[in-house]
Design a protein around this ligand. Sequence first.
Ligand code: BEZ
Ligand code: FE
Length: 290
Amino acid sequence: MKPTAYDSTDLITQEVLKRYESTPDPRLREIMLSLIRHLHAFAKDVKLTSPEWLAAMQLLEETGTWCAPGRNEFIIFSDALGLSMLTVTQDYQRPEGATEPTLLGPFLVEGAPKFEMGQDISRGAQGVPLYSHGRVVDGQGQPVKGAVIDVWHSDDRGIYDVQDHFETNGAWARGQLNTGEDGRFSFWSVMPVDYPIPQDGTAIRMIHATTGESWRPAHLHFRIVAPNLRPLVTHLFDRQSERLDRDAVFGVRPSLVADFVRHAGGAAPDGRNMDGPYCTLEHTFVMAPA
Ligand code: BEZ
Ligand code: FE
């Protein structure tokens, strides 16, 4: 009797690859054929059982239920498995001197509240006041005017607005600013702190069952978009964090570790008189050509 497609696992793989060879788009064909080869090889390698695969499917189903605007649980899996950093790193041809990108994370919200330069984006978030300022320039050091900067970060409890009754409380420690003619930006907010990735979803179950490493070092997130320049998604990490070498999602790059300078009080760079502790951060972002 002629062998059928299901007589051996190798025949199954061949049959499936043959079918997907007809994918019209060349890039999609390349991706699908490679994905099938690697997925099948993985399942054979670990001798994946049907109950194990069904459990994985159920985990993915549950993962979908944790997703909403401002929280993408699939991104947390991608981040924790290092795939986000891998794609960011191989995809971003970075000219010498351009700011390093890092992962986006799950908490970007499109259409964040807009602020004028120098305003306070914390909207009442708790924490030590932080004044951040600096410039956005291109590879020639020329100021980039009208760049759109999205900033978002945690409060001093280590949570984000999207983890804190976002539907009713709205955005805090999150905002959008435009650089001026001189490429400068500035805003007040509060100091971010180290925080564990969300403890209530599915990705944390994988982490608890494997590495146990769920903390991120304190950071601010930035997304900077400007005409004719490559959009930049990056973070600035607090040099004083003790977890810079143990980021749960592998996002730290030495060039993104910055000095969040602690002050006891006194006049801030914008002239505001602070009667208690506050911090300052100064940074220049260098954007790569589109
Ligand atoms: C974040 O940086 O906001 C983040 C990244 C990965 C998982 C959870 C949070
Ligand atoms: Fe974050």
